[in-house]
Design a protein around this ligand. Structure first.
Ligand code: C2E
Ligand code: CA
Ligand code: CA
Length: 279
């Protein structure tokens, strides 16, 4: 069985150009990864522009393969979604993030929010609410500090159903943010009715703001819309001081990006929030 696993890894790390066999190998790899605990979560700090403090972290999934090292979610999430494996993987992510959140809270960081990405496939799954309840119960994590990130696309296909599901989640006490706001087919009409807490400005918008007047206007407008609706606004992918100055000037609430910190391991985050230097 061990030999078989090894061959599999070699197989999908080869450059096989989107072939069906590559996808099947990836899918097999993901199945084994779940069984063998090869997934880990990294956490990227989210910093308040008002206080300069870390107010939250976004959980970002990493696949630590024996032979290829860390594999980026952009490579395996689509395959996980197509195969349905995103459901058990997503359950693992939710549970692990809530357990880690609980550990940080117990350690004195009781105001730290944990953001968890929900794939559209997960959001639409009939057992999503049960899965969230289970993760909260198992971990004992305070629901008010769990923020679920969903993408616009999902929400807008069947807006009425999405609103209902979001409300059920909000009734549990969890927060909801719209990830990559403005990249889907946004309808401001529905946005007004979504029971959400946060808008996230997508990375490409932020990376373009120093490029021109139009891009600046776009980011300003998103911040303005968010605030008009009483929402908190997070900008992601901040890499430069110029971007930071612009966002501060326009009263963006929270920033996340390499300028402050790349996604970190649990140990690194713990060291950072406890204000100690990493060992
Ligand atoms: P996302 O949710 O938009 O996450 C932000 C991505 O931008 C992360 O990539 C993060 O590492 C990266 N990033 C943050 N700041 C910067 C920056 O300053 N510069 C640059 N160049 N990049 C920055 P990552 O970790 O590779 O994740 C990619 C995508 O995979 C995520 O995009 C999300 O859609 C998906 N993903 C990650 N973890 C999960 C998960 O647990 N579940 C699901 N369903 N999707 C996940
Ligand atoms: Ca996200
Ligand atoms: Ca995003």
């Amino acid at each position: 069985a061990k030999e078989e696993g090894r061959d599999n890894y070699k197989f999908f790390t080869m450059d096989m150009n989107k072939s069906i066999s590559r996808k099947m190998a990836l899918e097999n790899g993901l199945r084994k990864a779940l069984k063998n605990n090869e997934f880990v979560l990294n956490y990227q700090p989210q910093v308040s522009l008002q206080t300069g403090e870390i107010v939250g972290v976004e959980a970002l999934l990493r696949w630590n393969t024996m032979e290829a090292g860390m594999v980026s979610p952009n490579q395996f999430i689509p395959v996980a979604e197509e195969s349905g494996l995103i459901i058990p993987i997503g359950e693992w992510v939710l549970k692990s993030a809530c357990m880690q959140g609980k550990a940080w809270h117990d350690n004195g960081q009781s105001a730290l929010k944990i953001a968890v990405n929900l794939s559209p496939v997960q959001f639409l799954h009939e057992n999503l609410v049960e899965m969230v309840i289970k993760a909260l119960k198992t971990s004992g994590f305070n629901p008010n500090y769990l923020e679920l990130e969903i993408t616009e696309g999902v929400a807008f296909t069947d807006a009425e159903a999405a609103i209902k599901k979001m409300q059920t989640l909000r009734d549990l006490g969890v927060r909801i943010s719209i990830d990559d706001f403005g990249t889907g087919y946004s309808s401001l009409m529905y946005l007004k009715r979504f029971p959400i807490n946060t808008l996230k400005i997508p990375k490409p918008f932020i990376q373009d703001i120093m490029g021109g007047q139009k891009d600046k206007a776009l980011v300003e407008t998103i911040i303005y819309i968010g605030h008009s609706l009483g929402l908190s606004v997070i900008a992601e992918g901040i890499e430069s001081n110029d971007q930071l100055l612009f966002l501060r000037e326009h009263h963006c609430d929270v920033v996340q990006g390499d300028l402050y910190s790349k996604p970190l391991t649990v140990m690194q985050v713990s060291a950072l929030i406890e204000n100690k230097t990493p060992a």
